[in-house]
Design a protein around this ligand. Structure first.
Ligand code: C2E
Ligand code: CA
Ligand code: CA
Ligand code: CA
Length: 275
């Protein structure tokens, strides 16, 4: 039994050091990606339902690893958040998205809003407002062209600080959106105190329209709530004409999803813009 205990212990320490090794390795690779242009942004159109026009886009991060190819964000963002690397990575995302939006303006394209995902660490960084101000100044992008996407979970438990922080960002002229709305546990009372413009209905409520009556009720409810609170509402993950028709009928303002386009590399996105 003693020998077996030792083996179990060995097994755990080996597994632990393997995990630690993997993390060290991942950290090293992410740092290298930051230094050597290893990240790219893809852009997904946001469509105004009434006019059918593209009014904005969401910048979505990918890691272009020399060995593995394009790695989706869910595979490295949790680790980047844990390790704090999300802060320099997030700065790169903000800067790149703002530069890109500025280029489109300079090319004479109709003004597009660009939406960027923020992580909790970034939101609560003491100097986030200064960092963003510096990026806007350096790129010359009007603040109204930049939308920051936050989730309910980033705010929960810090509602008072959130009102202050978001108020400051709002006063700079930025637009604020609540991402994945409906999946957090936020009380509705906090919503009315936050200076936000947009609720993004999480794709989990859109996916099973029209098969799932409950999801239809939830989506309709979020749209009604947004309208009552004078917020814009965008549906995510719209894949079928039926889903779009239902959301339009409920009064949803805009949508994103494969029905119109997947997130695209910048060249392909520009082709869509010029079409
Ligand atoms: P999210 O912000 O909720 O982004 C929406 C995700 O849904 C994207 O996945 C997008 O490609 C996908 N999607 C869009 N339309 C459809 C559709 O019609 N059907 C389906 N099934 N999926 C659709 P992606 O690009 O893999 O991003 C995953 C998550 O990673 C994002 O979820 C966001 O939370 C995070 N993320 C992405 N970029 C960044 C970033 O720059 N910073 C931070 N902090 N997080 C990011
Ligand atoms: Ca998002
Ligand atoms: Ca989302
Ligand atoms: Ca999400």
């Amino acid at each position: 039994a003693k020998a077996q205990g030792r083996n179990t212990y060995r097994f755990f320490t080996d597994a632990m050091s393997r995990a630690a090794q993997l993390h060290l390795n991942l950290e090293r690779r992410l740092r290298r990606a930051l230094e050597q242009r290893g990240f790219v942004l893809h852009y997904q159109p946001q469509i105004d339902i009434a006019s059918g026009r593209m009014v904005g886009c969401e910048a979505l991060l990918r890691w272009n690893d020399p060995e593995e190819g394009l790695i989706p964000p869910n595979r490295f963002i949790p680790f980047a958040e844990e390790s704090g690397l999300i802060v320099p990575i997030g700065d790169w995302v903000l800067e790149t998205a703002c530069q890109q939006a500025r280029k489109w303006l300079d090319a004479g394209l109709p003004p597009l809003l660009v939406a960027v995902n923020l992580s909790a660490r970034q939101l609560w960084q003491a100097d986030l407002p200064e960092r963003i101000a510096a990026i806007l100044k350096q790129t010359g992008l009007p603040p109204q062209s930049l939308e920051l996407e936050l989730t309910e979970s980033m705010i929960m438990g810090h509602e008072a600080q959130a009102v202050e922080r978001l108020g400051l960002l709002r006063s700079m002229g930025l637009r604020l959106a609540i991402d994945d709305f409906g999946t957090g546990y936020s009380s509705l009372s906090y919503l009315k105190n936050l200076p936000i413009e947009v609720l993004k209905i999480d794709q989990s409520f859109v996916r099973n329209i029209p098969q799932d009556r409950n999801d239809m009720e939830i989506s309709a409810g979020i749209i009604a709530l947004a309208r009552k609170l004078n917020l814009k509402v965008l549906a995510e993950g719209v894949e079928t004409p039926e889903q779009l028709a239902f959301l339009a009928e409920q009064g949803c303002d805009s949508y994103q999803g494969y029905l119109f386009s997947r997130p695209l590399p910048v060249e392909a996105f520009e082709k869509l813009l010029l079409r």
